[in-house]
Write a protein that binds this ligand. Sequence first.
Ligand code: 5AD
Ligand code: SF4
Length: 582
Amino acid sequence: MGKKFYKSLPDMSKARNRVDSPRLRREEIIVPEKVKAFARGRKYWISTFGCQANVRDQEIMAGYLEEAGFLPAESEDEANIAIINTCAVRENAEEKVYGEIGKFKANHLKDRSFLLAVCGCMMQEEKVAEDIMSRYPYVNLIFGTHNVSSLLNLIDEHLGRKRDIVEVLSFPGDIVENLPSTRLDEFKAYVNITYGCDKFCTYCIVPYTRGRERSRHKEDILEECRKLVEDGYQEITLLGQNVNSYGKDFGDGTSFASILEEVAKLGIKRLRFMTSHPWDFSEEMLDVIAKYPNIMKCIHLPVQSGNNEVLRKMGRRYSREEYLDLVRKIRTKMPECAITTDIIVGFPNETEEQFLDTLSLCEEVKYDAAFTFIYSPRKGTPAAKMVDDVTDADKHERFMRLLKVVENGVVEHAEKMIGKTYAVLVDGPSKKDPGVLSGYAENGKLIHFKGPKALRGHIVDVRVEKSHTFSMIGSLVEDPWISLAKDLKTSLLEEECAKRYFACKKAFEEDEGAQALRDQIEAAQREMMRASKEGDDLGYAKAKKDYASLKEQYENHPCFLNLVHSGEEVRQMLEEVMGELA
Ligand code: 5AD
Ligand code: SF4
């Protein structure tokens, strides 16, 4: 295309001064005519790197593209439009992006109208967009994390004006609702509750790439979750860089504990949340997690380092002692609760002694799982300016030692699982062996077991038999068809017409008039029997007449009519189900 148009570029230095309060915008999706025409018969592909926030952005972008009429491509080479959704959290995530852009050169050569967009966190870094635009002439659009909702307009402008566009907004901090969405999973859903981060840990680029911390309104979150429950989703994960900060920006006492409790009450089978910051993890949160059985007892609690001086330099706002105290509180309240973490080794000038504190903390906590990273300097963050005297070789060597200690904890937890039964939400056939099913237990552990594919999306009991440390092998406790039947029964009982039927049944049983009629009918029947035994023909005829009249009254009783009507609705619903199964 050639012509480049830089509409806006990011300015990281403004990040700390952002003061504007977030604006709420309710999106009205209008597909520009040119985009509609272009989408006809064309397929899209999205490659996503990084965390769940990016996965959720992918679902929203897919929602926009499908609204326009694009169809999902089965593979990259089939795509007529591709979006690369980038991550900036560590350098190695960035390196992968360049390789990914290279992959789409073939699409460009094959199809001159092929459209390539690059977006996400990495685009929020200074100079990255200009660099990509100059190195890859077949990149047509670059946008950032704040203007995902402009996707269709950017495509429109690109098609209309025949120019490649860069639009990376720095920090508008808007909250956009009514976003379209094509979810990647049929049973597990991510729901954003907060965007951005205000913590500014000194090593982290997220506050710069995702903007200021802003909470979605409670009603919007609840509405999204309610819809997911109705649509048969089994698991919701509430997402935020820092879920426990939820609601603080409203200044009206709204807290994460309150939204967690309200979502739990909607009746979703499994509720998860991530990520929690150890600094503002309240007792109230712990109480809610402990109270609701559908809130999974699994807490991701990034520690980053076990040394107080390093924690201070990282700007983490808690000490080793405070962190350990929180772990103790969690375990006292919920002994079975899994605790997982993130750890960074080789923060600038980390000494051997400081690193040993991280090892001893891991030995003490014994995490169920830990994500371990070697510190990666991120341009624009305070830590990137620190002079660092730790060699790469030392960082790698510490990293390997850390892996060993972490693994010891994981092994211990995994072995304790052997012989116990866990409820597993079945994802489907395992990636490695299609003959085996995989799913996650409440504690976040992956379990493989044999069973029919029909169990996908169901929660079944699995007995753990063997540990592979990071995943487990088990076997189904119950006959799989019984599990399915139980699930079917639960779903049927949750249908509105079934609920109406049971309400009518109860009303009819409790109605005094109806009860009196039942007593009278029984009395008339007894009288008929007596008269017939004793040859009292007159008495028999009278009792029979009474019986017929009472029966008629009974069958015209409003409660009876309601019951018959609601029963008919249930019968029709069952017929429809049977029709779909046939
Ligand atoms: N270098 C290494 N790891 C980092 N993380 C965030 N920033 C960096 C960095 N600059 C890790 C933290 C965080 C996780 C998502 O990524 O451990 O919790
Ligand atoms: Fe990054 Fe710290 Fe915010 Fe987490 S809390 S996103 S590590 S700045």
